[in-house]
Design a protein around this ligand. Structure first.
Ligand SMILES: [Cu+2]
Length: 477
Protein backbone atom coordinates (compact mmCIF):
# COMPACT_ATOMS: atom_id res chain seq x y z
CA UNK A 1 0.00 0.00 0.00
CA UNK A 2 1.23 3.46 -0.86
CA UNK A 3 0.13 6.58 1.01
CA UNK A 4 0.67 10.30 0.43
CA UNK A 5 1.06 13.13 2.93
CA UNK A 6 -2.71 13.67 2.96
CA UNK A 7 -3.10 10.00 3.90
CA UNK A 8 -4.72 9.04 0.57
CA UNK A 9 -3.81 5.42 -0.05
CA UNK A 10 -3.74 3.04 -2.97
CA UNK A 11 -2.59 -0.54 -3.51
CA UNK A 12 0.03 -1.51 -6.06
CA UNK A 13 0.50 -4.70 -8.08
CA UNK A 14 2.49 -7.53 -6.47
CA UNK A 15 6.24 -6.93 -6.60
CA UNK A 16 8.38 -9.97 -7.53
CA UNK A 17 11.29 -10.60 -5.19
CA UNK A 18 14.35 -12.68 -6.09
CA UNK A 19 16.26 -14.20 -3.20
CA UNK A 20 19.99 -14.51 -3.83
CA UNK A 21 22.71 -16.37 -1.95
CA UNK A 22 23.15 -14.93 1.52
CA UNK A 23 26.87 -15.35 1.97
CA UNK A 24 28.76 -12.56 3.80
CA UNK A 25 30.42 -11.59 0.51
CA UNK A 26 26.94 -10.76 -0.79
CA UNK A 27 24.97 -9.48 2.21
CA UNK A 28 27.64 -8.71 4.79
CA UNK A 29 27.58 -10.02 8.34
CA UNK A 30 26.46 -8.89 11.78
CA UNK A 31 28.59 -9.70 14.83
CA UNK A 32 26.91 -10.73 18.08
CA UNK A 33 25.43 -7.77 20.01
CA UNK A 34 27.55 -6.24 22.77
CA UNK A 35 25.75 -5.32 26.00
CA UNK A 36 25.82 -1.62 26.89
CA UNK A 37 25.18 0.07 30.25
CA UNK A 38 23.19 2.86 28.55
CA UNK A 39 20.94 3.40 25.53
CA UNK A 40 23.15 5.23 23.04
CA UNK A 41 20.66 7.90 21.96
CA UNK A 42 23.60 10.14 20.99
CA UNK A 43 26.89 8.73 19.64
CA UNK A 44 30.13 10.31 18.43
CA UNK A 45 33.29 8.78 16.96
CA UNK A 46 36.29 10.49 18.62
CA UNK A 47 39.73 11.02 17.05
CA UNK A 48 41.04 8.38 19.48
CA UNK A 49 38.79 5.74 17.87
CA UNK A 50 36.60 5.63 20.99
CA UNK A 51 32.84 6.17 21.03
CA UNK A 52 31.28 8.85 23.23
CA UNK A 53 27.60 8.14 23.85
CA UNK A 54 24.86 9.52 26.07
CA UNK A 55 21.48 8.27 27.13
CA UNK A 56 17.93 9.65 27.08
CA UNK A 57 15.05 11.08 29.05
CA UNK A 58 15.62 10.71 32.85
CA UNK A 59 18.84 8.80 32.10
CA UNK A 60 20.12 11.66 29.93
CA UNK A 61 22.65 12.76 32.53
CA UNK A 62 24.41 9.48 31.77
CA UNK A 63 27.33 9.34 29.34
CA UNK A 64 29.91 6.67 28.58
CA UNK A 65 33.10 6.36 26.63
CA UNK A 66 33.49 2.98 24.91
CA UNK A 67 36.80 1.64 23.68
CA UNK A 68 35.88 -0.88 20.95
CA UNK A 69 39.36 -2.45 21.11
CA UNK A 70 39.23 -3.32 24.81
CA UNK A 71 35.46 -3.34 25.33
CA UNK A 72 35.93 -1.08 28.38
CA UNK A 73 33.26 1.49 29.28
CA UNK A 74 34.32 4.63 31.17
CA UNK A 75 31.74 6.80 32.92
CA UNK A 76 31.95 10.39 31.66
CA UNK A 77 28.67 11.82 32.94
CA UNK A 78 28.12 15.48 32.18
CA UNK A 79 27.87 17.45 35.45
CA UNK A 80 26.10 20.43 33.88
CA UNK A 81 23.32 19.42 31.54
CA UNK A 82 20.92 16.63 30.65
CA UNK A 83 22.16 16.10 27.09
CA UNK A 84 19.04 14.22 25.93
CA UNK A 85 17.90 15.42 22.49
CA UNK A 86 20.67 18.01 22.03
CA UNK A 87 22.40 18.74 18.71
CA UNK A 88 26.11 18.09 18.19
CA UNK A 89 29.12 18.08 15.92
CA UNK A 90 32.91 18.08 16.05
CA UNK A 91 34.93 21.27 16.40
CA UNK A 92 38.00 21.71 14.22
CA UNK A 93 40.23 20.77 17.18
CA UNK A 94 38.44 17.43 17.68
CA UNK A 95 36.33 18.38 20.68
CA UNK A 96 32.64 17.51 20.50
CA UNK A 97 30.24 20.45 20.82
CA UNK A 98 26.80 19.66 22.26
CA UNK A 99 24.21 22.43 21.86
CA UNK A 100 21.10 22.43 24.03
CA UNK A 101 19.55 19.52 25.88
CA UNK A 102 16.60 18.53 28.00
CA UNK A 103 14.64 19.94 30.92
CA UNK A 104 11.34 18.29 30.05
CA UNK A 105 9.55 17.15 26.90
CA UNK A 106 9.70 20.00 24.31
CA UNK A 107 11.66 22.19 26.75
CA UNK A 108 15.26 22.85 25.82
CA UNK A 109 18.23 24.51 27.47
CA UNK A 110 20.66 27.21 26.33
CA UNK A 111 23.75 25.26 27.48
CA UNK A 112 26.71 24.56 25.23
CA UNK A 113 28.89 21.67 26.38
CA UNK A 114 32.29 20.66 25.03
CA UNK A 115 33.87 17.20 25.43
CA UNK A 116 37.63 16.88 25.19
CA UNK A 117 38.58 13.48 23.76
CA UNK A 118 42.07 13.63 25.24
CA UNK A 119 41.26 14.63 28.82
CA UNK A 120 37.80 12.97 28.89
CA UNK A 121 36.46 16.16 30.49
CA UNK A 122 33.30 18.13 29.84
CA UNK A 123 33.34 21.91 30.04
CA UNK A 124 30.62 24.53 29.69
CA UNK A 125 31.07 27.11 26.94
CA UNK A 126 29.03 30.29 26.53
CA UNK A 127 25.27 29.72 26.46
CA UNK A 128 23.22 30.09 23.31
CA UNK A 129 20.72 32.96 23.10
CA UNK A 130 17.81 30.52 22.79
CA UNK A 131 16.97 27.29 24.60
CA UNK A 132 16.86 24.36 22.17
CA UNK A 133 15.53 20.76 22.30
CA UNK A 134 16.19 18.79 19.07
CA UNK A 135 18.42 21.38 17.31
CA UNK A 136 21.03 20.62 14.63
CA UNK A 137 24.70 21.64 14.93
CA UNK A 138 26.82 22.03 11.78
CA UNK A 139 30.56 22.72 11.47
CA UNK A 140 31.08 25.61 9.03
CA UNK A 141 34.07 25.98 6.69
CA UNK A 142 35.59 28.71 8.91
CA UNK A 143 35.44 26.46 11.97
CA UNK A 144 32.44 28.18 13.54
CA UNK A 145 29.36 26.12 14.46
CA UNK A 146 25.90 26.82 13.06
CA UNK A 147 22.94 25.82 15.22
CA UNK A 148 19.47 25.69 13.68
CA UNK A 149 15.96 24.89 14.98
CA UNK A 150 15.04 23.08 18.19
CA UNK A 151 11.98 23.52 20.36
CA UNK A 152 12.27 26.27 22.97
CA UNK A 153 9.57 25.52 25.54
CA UNK A 154 6.55 23.78 23.98
CA UNK A 155 5.62 21.42 21.13
CA UNK A 156 6.20 23.10 17.74
CA UNK A 157 7.72 26.21 19.41
CA UNK A 158 10.63 26.01 16.99
CA UNK A 159 13.51 28.43 17.53
CA UNK A 160 13.41 30.49 14.30
CA UNK A 161 16.74 32.35 14.62
CA UNK A 162 19.91 30.37 13.77
CA UNK A 163 22.99 31.09 15.89
CA UNK A 164 26.71 30.78 15.13
CA UNK A 165 29.34 29.90 17.75
CA UNK A 166 32.92 31.08 17.41
CA UNK A 167 35.17 28.71 19.39
CA UNK A 168 38.04 31.24 19.29
CA UNK A 169 36.07 33.97 21.09
CA UNK A 170 33.48 31.77 22.89
CA UNK A 171 30.71 34.01 21.54
CA UNK A 172 27.33 33.06 20.02
CA UNK A 173 25.93 35.42 17.37
CA UNK A 174 22.29 35.29 16.25
CA UNK A 175 21.55 35.39 12.52
CA UNK A 176 18.52 37.59 13.12
CA UNK A 177 17.92 38.28 9.42
CA UNK A 178 17.80 34.54 8.66
CA UNK A 179 14.59 34.06 10.65
CA UNK A 180 13.01 30.76 9.53
CA UNK A 181 11.13 28.30 11.74
CA UNK A 182 12.18 24.79 10.76
CA UNK A 183 10.85 21.51 12.18
CA UNK A 184 13.22 19.83 14.60
CA UNK A 185 16.55 18.22 13.71
CA UNK A 186 16.90 19.73 10.23
CA UNK A 187 19.31 17.81 7.98
CA UNK A 188 21.94 20.49 7.23
CA UNK A 189 24.83 20.08 4.77
CA UNK A 190 27.66 22.50 3.94
CA UNK A 191 27.79 22.64 0.12
CA UNK A 192 30.87 23.03 -2.13
CA UNK A 193 29.95 26.73 -2.57
CA UNK A 194 29.90 27.25 1.22
CA UNK A 195 26.13 27.64 1.59
CA UNK A 196 24.24 25.29 3.94
CA UNK A 197 21.42 23.11 2.57
CA UNK A 198 18.39 22.20 4.71
CA UNK A 199 17.47 19.04 2.80
CA UNK A 200 14.84 17.62 5.13
CA UNK A 201 14.23 17.21 8.87
CA UNK A 202 13.70 14.35 11.28
CA UNK A 203 10.20 15.65 12.12
CA UNK A 204 8.27 16.65 8.97
CA UNK A 205 8.81 17.14 5.23
CA UNK A 206 9.93 20.70 4.34
CA UNK A 207 10.37 22.94 1.34
CA UNK A 208 14.08 22.61 0.58
CA UNK A 209 16.03 25.84 1.18
CA UNK A 210 19.65 26.87 1.33
CA UNK A 211 21.21 29.29 3.84
CA UNK A 212 23.89 31.83 3.02
CA UNK A 213 25.34 32.31 6.51
CA UNK A 214 27.22 35.52 5.74
CA UNK A 215 24.33 37.20 3.89
CA UNK A 216 21.80 35.73 6.38
CA UNK A 217 19.46 34.77 3.54
CA UNK A 218 17.49 31.63 2.76
CA UNK A 219 16.77 30.71 -0.88
CA UNK A 220 14.19 28.14 -1.98
CA UNK A 221 15.80 25.25 -3.86
CA UNK A 222 12.79 22.98 -4.34
CA UNK A 223 9.27 24.06 -3.31
CA UNK A 224 7.94 20.47 -3.40
CA UNK A 225 8.29 19.03 0.15
CA UNK A 226 9.19 15.41 -0.63
CA UNK A 227 9.92 13.37 2.48
CA UNK A 228 13.18 12.01 3.86
CA UNK A 229 13.50 10.67 7.40
CA UNK A 230 17.29 10.42 7.19
CA UNK A 231 19.69 12.10 4.79
CA UNK A 232 23.36 11.93 3.81
CA UNK A 233 25.58 13.98 1.50
CA UNK A 234 27.20 11.01 -0.24
CA UNK A 235 29.38 13.15 -2.54
CA UNK A 236 30.12 16.89 -2.33
CA UNK A 237 26.83 18.64 -3.14
CA UNK A 238 24.91 15.39 -3.74
CA UNK A 239 22.38 14.41 -1.10
CA UNK A 240 20.35 11.21 -0.64
CA UNK A 241 17.26 11.04 1.57
CA UNK A 242 14.89 8.15 2.24
CA UNK A 243 11.95 7.00 4.32
CA UNK A 244 9.59 8.85 6.64
CA UNK A 245 10.24 11.84 8.89
CA UNK A 246 7.83 11.94 11.79
CA UNK A 247 6.95 13.26 15.21
CA UNK A 248 6.44 10.14 17.32
CA UNK A 249 3.68 11.75 19.43
CA UNK A 250 1.47 12.05 16.32
CA UNK A 251 -0.98 9.24 15.34
CA UNK A 252 0.71 6.13 13.96
CA UNK A 253 0.74 5.85 10.15
CA UNK A 254 2.56 3.49 7.78
CA UNK A 255 6.17 4.35 6.89
CA UNK A 256 7.29 4.96 3.30
CA UNK A 257 10.30 3.51 1.45
CA UNK A 258 10.67 6.37 -1.01
CA UNK A 259 14.14 7.64 -1.92
CA UNK A 260 15.22 10.93 -3.50
CA UNK A 261 18.48 12.50 -4.61
CA UNK A 262 19.42 16.09 -5.35
CA UNK A 263 22.54 17.42 -7.05
CA UNK A 264 23.31 20.88 -5.70
CA UNK A 265 26.18 21.28 -8.17
CA UNK A 266 23.63 21.60 -11.03
CA UNK A 267 22.17 25.01 -12.07
CA UNK A 268 18.52 24.35 -11.05
CA UNK A 269 18.57 21.49 -8.59
CA UNK A 270 15.36 19.60 -7.80
CA UNK A 271 14.76 16.36 -5.91
CA UNK A 272 14.61 13.37 -8.23
CA UNK A 273 12.92 10.17 -7.11
CA UNK A 274 15.02 7.01 -7.41
CA UNK A 275 14.01 3.38 -6.71
CA UNK A 276 12.65 2.88 -3.18
CA UNK A 277 14.14 0.89 -0.34
CA UNK A 278 12.86 -2.69 -0.05
CA UNK A 279 11.58 -1.86 3.44
CA UNK A 280 9.52 1.15 4.49
CA UNK A 281 11.25 2.88 7.41
CA UNK A 282 10.86 5.62 10.02
CA UNK A 283 13.61 6.32 12.64
CA UNK A 284 16.30 4.69 10.43
CA UNK A 285 19.84 6.04 9.89
CA UNK A 286 21.85 6.51 6.67
CA UNK A 287 25.60 5.85 6.99
CA UNK A 288 28.12 6.63 4.23
CA UNK A 289 30.58 3.78 3.51
CA UNK A 290 34.21 4.20 2.35
CA UNK A 291 33.37 2.99 -1.17
CA UNK A 292 30.77 5.75 -1.57
CA UNK A 293 27.76 3.50 -1.07
CA UNK A 294 25.23 4.29 1.66
CA UNK A 295 23.95 1.87 4.32
CA UNK A 296 20.49 2.14 5.86
CA UNK A 297 19.88 0.48 9.21
CA UNK A 298 17.00 0.40 11.66
CA UNK A 299 13.57 1.94 11.57
CA UNK A 300 10.18 0.30 11.29
CA UNK A 301 7.25 -0.14 8.94
CA UNK A 302 5.07 2.33 10.87
CA UNK A 303 5.75 5.56 12.74
CA UNK A 304 5.11 3.74 16.04
CA UNK A 305 8.19 4.67 18.08
CA UNK A 306 7.76 1.53 20.20
CA UNK A 307 6.40 -0.81 17.49
CA UNK A 308 9.10 -3.44 17.80
CA UNK A 309 7.10 -6.00 15.80
CA UNK A 310 7.31 -3.73 12.76
CA UNK A 311 11.06 -3.18 13.04
CA UNK A 312 13.05 -3.53 9.81
CA UNK A 313 15.89 -5.89 10.76
CA UNK A 314 17.54 -6.19 7.30
CA UNK A 315 20.07 -3.54 6.36
CA UNK A 316 20.15 -2.22 2.80
CA UNK A 317 22.95 -0.67 0.75
CA UNK A 318 22.40 2.06 -1.87
CA UNK A 319 24.71 2.33 -4.85
CA UNK A 320 25.31 5.82 -6.25
CA UNK A 321 26.22 4.17 -9.59
CA UNK A 322 22.89 2.35 -10.05
CA UNK A 323 20.81 4.43 -7.59
CA UNK A 324 19.25 1.21 -6.32
CA UNK A 325 19.05 -0.47 -2.91
CA UNK A 326 20.16 -4.05 -2.22
CA UNK A 327 18.93 -5.96 0.83
CA UNK A 328 21.68 -7.04 3.22
CA UNK A 329 21.88 -9.29 6.29
CA UNK A 330 19.50 -8.77 9.23
CA UNK A 331 20.53 -7.38 12.58
CA UNK A 332 19.42 -9.01 15.83
CA UNK A 333 17.59 -6.20 17.61
CA UNK A 334 14.75 -3.81 16.75
CA UNK A 335 16.27 -0.33 16.51
CA UNK A 336 13.56 2.30 16.26
CA UNK A 337 13.29 5.82 17.72
CA UNK A 338 16.59 7.05 19.25
CA UNK A 339 18.70 4.47 17.42
CA UNK A 340 22.05 5.50 15.93
CA UNK A 341 24.81 4.27 13.58
CA UNK A 342 28.45 5.24 12.98
CA UNK A 343 31.07 4.31 10.38
CA UNK A 344 34.18 3.09 12.23
CA UNK A 345 37.83 3.46 11.16
CA UNK A 346 37.97 -0.30 10.48
CA UNK A 347 35.20 0.22 7.83
CA UNK A 348 32.59 -1.65 9.86
CA UNK A 349 29.42 0.15 10.95
CA UNK A 350 28.45 0.28 14.61
CA UNK A 351 24.67 0.29 15.13
CA UNK A 352 23.46 1.19 18.58
CA UNK A 353 20.70 2.56 20.78
CA UNK A 354 16.96 2.78 20.25
CA UNK A 355 14.26 3.40 22.86
CA UNK A 356 13.92 5.85 25.76
CA UNK A 357 10.58 7.00 24.36
CA UNK A 358 8.05 8.69 26.69
CA UNK A 359 8.91 6.44 29.62
CA UNK A 360 8.26 3.24 27.65
CA UNK A 361 11.20 0.96 28.34
CA UNK A 362 11.47 -2.74 27.43
CA UNK A 363 11.26 -4.13 24.84
CA UNK A 364 12.02 -0.89 23.00
CA UNK A 365 15.11 0.20 24.95
CA UNK A 366 18.19 -1.33 23.37
CA UNK A 367 21.06 -1.61 25.84
CA UNK A 368 23.43 -2.94 23.18
CA UNK A 369 25.47 -2.23 20.08
CA UNK A 370 26.10 -4.45 17.07
CA UNK A 371 28.84 -4.29 14.43
CA UNK A 372 27.96 -4.74 10.76
CA UNK A 373 30.65 -5.83 8.30
CA UNK A 374 29.64 -4.84 4.75
CA UNK A 375 30.30 -7.26 1.85
CA UNK A 376 33.53 -5.43 0.97
CA UNK A 377 35.16 -6.99 4.04
CA UNK A 378 34.68 -10.50 2.56
CA UNK A 379 36.09 -9.86 -0.93
CA UNK A 380 39.75 -10.65 -0.35
CA UNK A 381 42.83 -9.24 1.37
CA UNK A 382 42.49 -5.63 2.52
CA UNK A 383 44.96 -2.99 1.42
CA UNK A 384 46.96 -1.58 4.30
CA UNK A 385 48.26 1.87 5.18
CA UNK A 386 51.67 1.52 6.82
CA UNK A 387 52.11 5.21 7.47
CA UNK A 388 50.20 8.44 7.00
CA UNK A 389 50.60 11.95 8.38
CA UNK A 390 48.52 12.97 11.40
CA UNK A 391 47.66 16.34 9.89
CA UNK A 392 47.22 17.95 6.50
CA UNK A 393 46.26 21.30 5.04
CA UNK A 394 43.83 22.45 2.36
CA UNK A 395 45.33 22.02 -1.09
CA UNK A 396 48.28 20.10 0.36
CA UNK A 397 49.67 16.68 -0.48
CA UNK A 398 49.21 13.64 1.76
CA UNK A 399 51.96 11.03 1.43
CA UNK A 400 50.68 7.54 2.22
CA UNK A 401 52.95 4.51 2.53
CA UNK A 402 51.28 1.27 1.42
CA UNK A 403 52.59 -2.03 0.01
CA UNK A 404 49.37 -2.14 -2.03
CA UNK A 405 49.93 1.09 -3.97
CA UNK A 406 49.78 -0.60 -7.39
CA UNK A 407 46.25 -1.93 -6.81
CA UNK A 408 44.71 1.17 -5.23
CA UNK A 409 41.77 2.53 -7.21
CA UNK A 410 40.26 5.07 -4.81
CA UNK A 411 40.92 7.25 -1.78
CA UNK A 412 38.10 8.61 0.35
CA UNK A 413 38.07 11.10 3.18
CA UNK A 414 35.12 10.70 5.59
CA UNK A 415 34.45 13.02 8.52
CA UNK A 416 34.09 11.45 11.98
CA UNK A 417 30.40 10.97 12.72
CA UNK A 418 28.16 12.55 15.37
CA UNK A 419 24.72 10.98 15.21
CA UNK A 420 21.29 11.08 16.86
CA UNK A 421 17.61 10.92 15.87
CA UNK A 422 18.21 9.49 12.38
CA UNK A 423 20.76 12.11 11.34
CA UNK A 424 24.56 12.13 11.44
CA UNK A 425 25.28 15.86 11.67
CA UNK A 426 28.95 15.46 10.68
CA UNK A 427 29.43 12.65 8.16
CA UNK A 428 30.48 13.62 4.65
CA UNK A 429 32.62 11.91 2.02
CA UNK A 430 35.19 13.67 -0.15
CA UNK A 431 36.82 11.55 -2.89
CA UNK A 432 40.52 12.45 -3.17
CA UNK A 433 42.67 12.41 -6.31
CA UNK A 434 46.00 10.60 -6.07
CA UNK A 435 49.02 9.40 -8.00
CA UNK A 436 50.68 6.04 -7.48
CA UNK A 437 54.36 5.84 -6.55
CA UNK A 438 56.53 2.89 -5.59
CA UNK A 439 55.00 1.60 -2.36
CA UNK A 440 53.36 4.96 -1.83
CA UNK A 441 50.48 7.19 -2.82
CA UNK A 442 50.60 10.92 -3.26
CA UNK A 443 47.09 12.07 -2.32
CA UNK A 444 45.68 15.55 -2.92
CA UNK A 445 44.06 16.92 0.22
CA UNK A 446 40.65 18.61 -0.18
CA UNK A 447 41.10 21.90 -2.00
CA UNK A 448 39.13 23.99 0.47
CA UNK A 449 37.13 23.98 3.70
CA UNK A 450 33.76 24.03 1.94
CA UNK A 451 34.50 20.49 0.76
CA UNK A 452 35.84 19.41 4.15
CA UNK A 453 35.21 21.73 7.12
CA UNK A 454 38.15 21.70 9.57
CA UNK A 455 38.49 18.74 11.90
CA UNK A 456 39.20 15.02 11.96
CA UNK A 457 38.59 12.66 9.06
CA UNK A 458 39.16 8.99 8.24
CA UNK A 459 41.32 8.45 5.16
CA UNK A 460 40.56 5.10 3.47
CA UNK A 461 42.39 3.61 0.51
CA UNK A 462 40.39 1.16 -1.62
CA UNK A 463 41.63 -1.46 -4.06
CA UNK A 464 40.32 -2.26 -7.53
CA UNK A 465 37.66 -4.53 -5.97
CA UNK A 466 36.40 -1.73 -3.71
CA UNK A 467 37.92 -3.31 -0.60
CA UNK A 468 38.85 -0.59 1.92
CA UNK A 469 41.83 -0.37 4.23
CA UNK A 470 41.58 0.43 7.90
CA UNK A 471 41.50 4.23 7.92
CA UNK A 472 44.22 6.61 8.97
CA UNK A 473 42.70 9.33 11.16
CA UNK A 474 43.85 12.74 10.06
CA UNK A 475 43.20 16.34 11.04
CA UNK A 476 42.75 18.94 8.31
CA UNK A 477 43.14 22.65 8.98
CU1 LIG B 1 14.64 12.40 21.35
Amino acid sequence: MARDFSNNSTTSAAVPVTVVATTPAVVGQWAAPVTWPIVAVHAHLLPTGEILASDGQTAGATARLWNPSTGVFTTVNNPNTNLFCAGHCHLGDGRVLVAGGHIAGHTGVKDTNLFNATTHQWSLAASMHTARWYPTATTLPDGRILVTAGEIGCAECDAPIPEVYNPQTNIWTELTAANLPLPYYPHMFVLPDGRVLASSTSEHPIITQVLDVNAQTWTVVDPDPVDGGSAAMYLPGKVLKAGTSYHPDDPVVPSVATTYVIDMTQPSPRWRQTPSMAFARTYHTLTILPDGEVLVTGGGNTTDAVGVNGAALPAEIWSPATETWTVMASMSKPRLYHSTALLMPDARVLVLGGGRFNGVNEPTDQLSSQFYSPPYLFGGPRPTITSAPATTTYGGTIDIQTPDASRIAGVSFIRLGSVTHAIDMDQRLVPLAFTVGSGSLSVQAPANANLAPPGYYMLFILDTSGIPSVAAIMKIS
